[in-house]
Ligand binder design. Sequence first.
Ligand SMILES: [Fe+2]
Ligand SMILES: [Fe+2]
Length: 238
Amino acid sequence: MTATIRVAAAGDIHAGEPLRQRIERAFREIGQEVDLILLAGDLTTHGLPEQAEVLADACREIQVPIVAVLGNHDHHSGHSDEVKDTLESAGVIVLERSHVILEIGGVEVGIAGTKGFVGGFPGAEIADFGEPALRQVYGETTLEVEALERGLEEIAGCHKTIVLLHYAPLQDTLVGEPETIWAFLGSGRLAGPIGAHRPDLVVHGHAHHGTAHGSIGEVPVHNVAIQVTGQDFVVFEL
Ligand SMILES: [Fe+2]
Ligand SMILES: [Fe+2]
């Protein structure tokens, strides 16, 4: 029987200078309470390095590991590499189609992290057909799904396993968003590796008007966008 760890998660912080004080206070407080912090993408407002700096400043003094994935907003200005570098310089582990294994109080915690991408859900999905541009979108999601599968394989032996995404892997946590845009909020193909490997926890963001809780089989999936949870962080015990 392994010890319980406390995990805080937040998505869609959308950092920028106007939010500096709130963000710094939230991180200071949560850093005292948990063993691990997860950030589910849309870390910045428009993907500018100075916006990432605001979040980096809040993360720099935190003693517990902080693991993040980028979101679509973090790519918007074409500076996602600088956003990533800025956060990494503050000690944040930024996962891009990758994984990390952390030792937390004697517990091996594996996190497979990737941004995810669009494509829709059974019944209303983009197919790998037609114009190259559309097939390229399909192919981009394929790379995300394959990376998630690889990451889950790598962390399979850990005491606790977590999937960290920005885009949604299922529809449950999108309820509240107009159904007409669900195809842009995630891809049901991401659920394949999750259903097969059954991690202990899956978190995502991106759907600001979605629903907090869902599941893929017995795997709990949480939309941790702060606009959904109404809190700076939600805390899970694993
Ligand atoms: Fe967002
Ligand atoms: Fe987003």
